[in-house]
Design a protein around this ligand. Structure first.
Ligand code: BES
Ligand code: ZN
Length: 624
């Protein structure tokens, strides 16, 4: 309604509105940070939506079809810059007209692949790229039936983080750039396809699946898995996907998922992605977990049978806030993803399993941190939270520093300002930066303004800048508070003084007590001592992957031969890098074990994903 007495004000208001809309059109509402790991120029042209249509070819190990990209051209640019690596492009069409346009590739760089540059006009709304991935695409692992639990059907999964999305989709592969996506995946009728999107729960008759991800996500969260999958619900908005012979075990292991979601929401606000499902992949999956939105990808090595390793689910779930909602602007800010998530993971564990349990996990996290600092050097620049990965593979920054130093920095903030204020601040932080990238600097300035608010004393006692821009760990660190591990240490002491392993009092020990026990055994055990432990606790046959991994490290260092068959079996039956890396490193450190390491690796390498094989190649100096 027009207020009769103030028509001129109304007219002015209309003019202003029209004018400001007209001005906004070519303008953009954000400025993207420079990302040294992407060729994209999002301040000129940004991709806002991706529509994929891909056929999965298990005969040639290729994905092929089209990627239609919807554009926002902020600067009337005539070129669109995309990331690509090992992609073959046959043609590019403009809009829906069917008109072909020119494209070219720029020079290739190590890790980064090459820019795909497409000619557009300022009016171009979309481009459709006809392309095919290479069988060697680094993100994609194609598994033969023998590498699956069922042994009958092939399997495929992708791992896009950090900069591997560009090996299966031409896209703007920078964590600061978000797009919504939709897609069609065409596969064999006996297989199911799932993505980091709204997913089917049943196979279709024709093997064609449609997907939609209505919330904007960065390219590293694009994910696809195809295999003989079955779905089982575990809660109202959560469930598991796995091969038929694994799905029951997975559902039992992850039965607390809904409780975890509720705990997370109570802490830091609503879960914004609709469903939270988990897919348990074949054992070659190179990570413990990957926080693909709506569908966490997980290793089967967490299926311990007793829920003892489900902190991993708390971790990937926590990424639904830290990482997927508020995203590190570049890989130099990786701690904003992983440090916040590790902190949040421990808070979820505390809510669901109690403070004693969570503090034990925190003590283990601190041990991991100390070990990494010792390995990397206490004054290495790579122990800064804010990294500088220019000219390097972002994988180099994926160390315990981001996770555990980040976690202990946030614990220290909590201890400095008090839990209540800190939790309120964090909830607001997730709201304010929701669906946006965050730089370390933006976080620090928000922290200083909203939480420290000019309180000089607090600011000084926190030493945020020292935590972020200096090496090592400041002395104000808020340590874990657990007396549980003293009990374990006392038992190690008794054993060292001659008590038999069988007489060790392990009553009430959890997996975490055992891990502390194994990590704190003295170095240089002889065969008699190793056998004493193995006979008492049957470590070489442990069904708990973390315990087995910690034990096998001793077996290598102490050359305890009775465990070698278990070692070989472990290294050839799963491809989780966190387990492979320390075991191969220890073998490589001992010339007497190098030959065995190479023999095992020759057999295992073809079963590993490229990111795991890349790491082990370096350790063993592998030339084939
Ligand atoms: N996002 C990471 C995995 C990742 C990081 C993949 C960097 C590629 C590059 C995931 O959330 C993660 O941290 N996984 C951990 C498990 C966690 C419990 C610490 C892993 O895989 O071990
Ligand atoms: Zn993580």
């Amino acid at each position: 309604m027009i207020p009769r007495k103030l028509p001129y004000l109304y007219v002015i208001a209309v003019i202003c509105t029209v004018f400001s809309f007209a001005c906004q059109e070519p303008e953009q509402d954000m400025v993207y940070a420079r990302d040294p790991h992407s060729y994209a120029k999002p301040n000129e042209v940004a991709v806002e939506h991706l529509d994929l249509d891909l056929a999965v070819d298990f005969a040639t190990n290729k994905l092929g079809g089209t990627a239609k990209l919807i554009l926002a051209n902020h600067t009337n640019s005539k070129e669109l810059f995309l990331d690509s690596r090992d992609l073959t492009v046959s043609k590019v069409l403009l809009d829906d007209s069917g008109a072909e346009t020119n494209f070219r590739f720029g020079a290739e760089q190590e890790f980064l692949g090459k820019p795909l540059i497409v000619e557009i006009s300022p009016e171009t709304k979309s481009v459709t790229i006809f392309y095919e991935s290479s069988p060697q695409a680094a993100a994609v692992q194609w598994l033969a039936p023998e590498q699956t639990a069922g042994g009958k059907h092939p399997f495929l999964f992708t791992q896009s983080q950090a900069i591997l999305a560009r090996t299966w989709i031409p896209c703007q592969d920078s964590p600061g750039i978000r797009m919504t996506y939709s897609g069609t995946i065409r596969t064999d009728p006996e297989l199911m396809a799932v993505m980091s999107a709204e997913n089917p729960t049943e196979k279709t008759a024709d093997g064609v699946y449609h997907f939609n991800m209505p919330q904007p996500v960065p390219a590293y969260l694009l994910a696809l898995a195809v295999g003989d999958l079955e779905f089982r619900a575990v809660g109202a908005r959560s469930g598991v996907y796995a091969e038929p012979s694994v799905v029951g075990k997975a559902a039992a292991e992850f039965e607390d998922t809904e409780t975890m979601i509720e705990a997370a929401e109570k802490l830091y606000g609503p879960y914004r992605w609709g469903r939270y499902d988990i897919i348990v992949l074949p054992p070659s999956f190179p990570f413990g977990g990957m926080e693909n939105p709506r569908l966490t990808f997980a290793t089967p090595t967490v299926l311990a049978g007793d829920k003892s390793l489900v902190a991993l689910i708390a971790h990937e779930l926590a990424h639904s806030w830290s990482g997927n909602l508020v995203t590190n602007a570049t890989w130099d800010d990786f701690w904003l993803n992983e440090g916040f998530t590790t902190y949040f993971e421990h808070r979820i564990m505390e809510e669901v399993y109690g403070k004693n349990y969570a503090e034990m996990l925190a003590a283990l996290s601190y041990q991991d941190l100390q070990k990494s600092l010792a390995n990397m050097g206490f004054d290495s620049k790579d122990t800064h939270l804010k990294l500088n990965l220019d000219g390097r593979d972002p994988d180099d920054g994926m160390t315990a520093i981001a996770y555990d130093k980040g976690h202990f920095f946030l614990r220290t903030i909590e201890a400095t300002v008090g839990r209540e204020k800190w939790d309120t601040f964090l909830r607001n932080y997730f709201d304010k930066f929701a669906f946006k990238p965050a730089t370390t600097e933006a976080f620090v300035s928000y922290l200083k303004k909203e939480l420290l608010a000019g309180n000089q004393e607090m600011e000084q006692s926190l030493q945020a800048d020292a935590w972020i821009y200096n090496p090592g760990v400041p002395e104000n660190v808020a340590l874990a508070q657990s007396d549980q591990f003293q009990l374990v240490e006392a038992q190690i002491g008794r054993w060292q003084e001659g008590a038999s392993a069988k007489s060790i009092d392990t009553n009430g020990w959890t997996t975490h007590h055992w891990l502390h026990f194994l990590r704190n055994l003295p170095e240089g055990l002889d065969t008699k001592q190793m056998r004493d432990l193995d006979r008492a606790f049957n470590f070489s046959n442990s069904g708990n992957s973390e315990i087995l991994n910690a034990w096998l490290a001793h077996a290598i260092v102490n050359q305890y031969e009775p465990a070698y068959p278990a070692l070989e079996n472990f290294l050839t039956s799963m491809g989780r890098r966190k387990f492979l890396q320390p075991l191969y490193e220890r073998m490589a450190a001992n010339p007497a074990m190098m030959e065995m390491a190479r023999l095992i690796y020759r057999k295992a390498r073809p079963t590993y994903h490229s990111v795991a094989a890349g790491t082990i190649d370096k350790i063993l100096n592998w030339q084939g």
